[in-house]
Structure formats: C-alpha cells, structure tokens
Design a protein. Structure first.
Length: 342
DNA sequence: CAATAGGATGGAT
DNA sequence: ATCCATCCTATTG
C-alpha cells in the first residue's frame, strides 16, 4: 500500500467539526430585519443581572482595535446610527474617537450615563458630542460584530454560544488582536458561563489577556444589547443593515463553500481588502494579496486550525473542473476568476 | 522559494 | 456522491 491515510495528524482538529450550532434558525433573511426577527431574549436576563449598565461601557481603544483593518469607517458610520442623527461636526467626533491610540486602557463609561442617544441626555453640550461619538462607535461596533458573526457563523449574543462557539470567538479574538493563546483556559465553557464571569475570573484563567478578553466580551454583549434595542425602538436599521443584506450565502444553514466564503470576503473590502480584493469585479477576477491571511480566515471559519494556502488553493483548483473558479486568461500569481460573476 | 497543477485518500454530510 | 482537508509529486516563474 502506499501511505495514504496520513490523516491522523497529531494536531487536534477540533473534535466536533461542526458542533451543533443554534444558528440554524438564525439565518438572516435578505429582507431587512437581520437578526432582530429572531429571539433576543438573553438580553433581558443580561440586563437583569446588571451586566449592562445604561449603555455598555464602551472601550474606545479596543474598539479602535476592532477596526484595525478598516480605516474608512468613521466616514460612514453616521448613517449607521439612525436613532440619533444629530447633525454635528464630524471633525470633533473624529478627534474624540481616535483619542486613545495604542494602549488598551479600558475607558470605562460607567458613570457617564451614556445612552444610545435617546432619553438620558441631561448633560451639557459636551455630552452631545460625546454622545455623537458614541453613536458612531456603536454603529461601527455593531457592524464589526456582525461581520465577525458571519465569518465565524455564530450568533451575536454571547449568551447563546455553545462551547464550540466560545472557542471560535476566542480564536478569532486572539487572532485579530494578536493575543497570546488562551483558548485552553476557557475550554468547556459555554457563552452563558462566560457571560457570568467577572473580569477577575477572566484574569484568573488567563493572567495575560483575561482582562482584554473580558473587555471584548463586554463589547459583544453590548452589541447584542444594542441590537435588541434598535430593533425594538426603531424597527428599522438604516446603516448596518445594507451591509447585512449583502450577506449572502450562509442563510441556508449548510456548511459554507469555499467560493462563497471568498465572495463574502470580497464583499467587505473594508475589512478584508488587504488580503483579498477584486481586480476586475465585473469579470469576477480577484487577487489574493495575503495568502496566509486568507487561509487563516478560512481555517477559522471551518474550524481547521491547520489550514494553509497550499490546502486552500488545492480546494480552489477543484473548482476548475466544476466551472466555478478558473485562472484568468492571463494567468497571474494568486489571481483567480469566478466563472460566473455576479 | 512560493505558486501552480492535479492525483490519491480519508472524512463528513 | 459531493466537498473538502490533507499529503504528495512535479513543474514553473
């Protein structure tokens, strides 16, 4: 015999490759209401437990990090926050928002009584701009969380996560922010468990980045909460919505195909333009700018930590015969073409 | 050397 | 049977 079955790498591919995701019933209809149509009940209990103060403490600097791959966001967020489209000088907002550069000192807004922008606005003019900034940030956070959700195929509300979802989120967060590996420290934990943990608990499990992870989780909880609020209050999202509806595929609940995944990345140049982009969108020609990065993202999505470009490209090549993807007429390195452009 | 092409095989669905 | 993931050999720029 040859030596075929090399397929028992010591490396652990996650035990349950797909883990029963509760997402099955959370598709996201291309219609309009993205996920509010679903049940967002956990938000309530989260509030009951006092996990979410007036408005979730926003960690501006972390949020800044959330946007590492996206610089153009400030420009567009304005539309993303319908609730309080208060005309205001954007420059001011920008200044504020980018206030904290490098570090990740959690800016706690506990006492600030920051609200999504409706009632609690008893403050002076200053509060106004702060609120404005907040809305910008919130809108952006929502979009980023949504993007991550789609990429990881998890729900936005951490309280609904399975153990597998938690691991995915950890991997993703660690990857995005180059945090030291901490996934192991949180094994066997469901989203509910995670939500119930204090910052101290986090630090105990991961002295290195427990606090950061806790902060990020808080952001997610906040995003879920905001989501709920927006849907109930306004019944219509203006900004983030279009980004959502674009979101194609994955509605089916079926495992995503590589070509679909690539399309999704291409749909979000804000986030992934640095690793994959259209060369000619009309013809469906795209270029993988950072093969390693794209492969890692694919691996994340499929729970295949050992994914690399070699394997990813092999899968792409399988599409040649099927007439889904091909090499463009003038073959170039890392450039491919969808046979049926949109 | 990294990308490309494609065969072989095993696993999951 | 389909779609990968993994491994591998050979070729190419």
């Amino acid at each position: 015999m040859s030596q075929p079955g090399r397929d028992h790498p010591g490396s652990p591919a996650y035990p349950p490759p797909r883990l029963g995701m509760p997402v099955s019933e959370s598709p996201l209809p291309a219609g309009g209401e993205a996920w509010e149509a679903e049940d967002t009940k956990p938000c309530m209990e989260a509030m009951d437990r006092g996990l979410l103060p007036g408005l979730p403490g926003l960690y501006l600097s972390c949020i800044d990090m959330l946007l590492t791959e996206d610089s153009a966001w400030l420009v567009k967020v304005s539309e993303a926050v319908p609730a309080l489209a208060v005309p205001l000088s954007r420059g001011e907002a920008r200044g504020e928002a980018r206030g904290e550069p490098e570090q990740c000192p959690v800016i706690d807004s506990q006492g600030l009584g920051l609200s999504p922008g409706l009632e609690a606005l008893q403050g002076p003019e200053e509060e106004r701009s702060l609120e404005q900034v907040q809305s910008l940030v919130v809108g952006e956070v929502l979009k980023d969380v949504e993007t991550a959700c789609k990429l990881l195929n998890i729900t936005p509300d951490p309280a609904e996560w399975s153990c597998g979802n938690v691991q995915k989120w950890l991997l993703w967060t660690e990857h995005l922010y180059r945090l030291p590996q901490a996934g192991r420290a949180f094994q066997e934990l469901t989203g509910k468990d995670l939500c119930a943990m204090s910052e101290e608990d986090f630090r105990q499990r991961s002295p290195q980045c427990g606090d950061t992870l806790h902060a990020h989780l808080d952001i997610w909880k906040s995003a879920a909460w905001m989501k709920e609020r927006c849907s109930v209050g306004e019944a219509k999202l203006t900004g983030g919505e279009d980004l959502w509806s674009e979101a194609d595929s994955s509605c089916t609940g079926q495992p995503i195909h590589l070509w679909q995944f690539l399309r999704e990345l291409l749909l979000k140049p804000h986030n992934y333009g640095r690793c994959i982009r259209w060369v000619n969108k009309e013809k469906g020609i795209f270029k993988i700018e950072d093969s390693g990065h794209v492969a890692r993202l694919w691996g994340l999505r499929k729970n295949r930590p050992a994914m690399n470009y070699d394997k990813l490209s092999r899968s792409i090549r399988q599409y040649y015969k099927k007439g889904i993807i091909r090499k463009p007429d003038v073959s170039q390195r890392l450039v491919y073409q969808f046979v049926h452009p949109v």
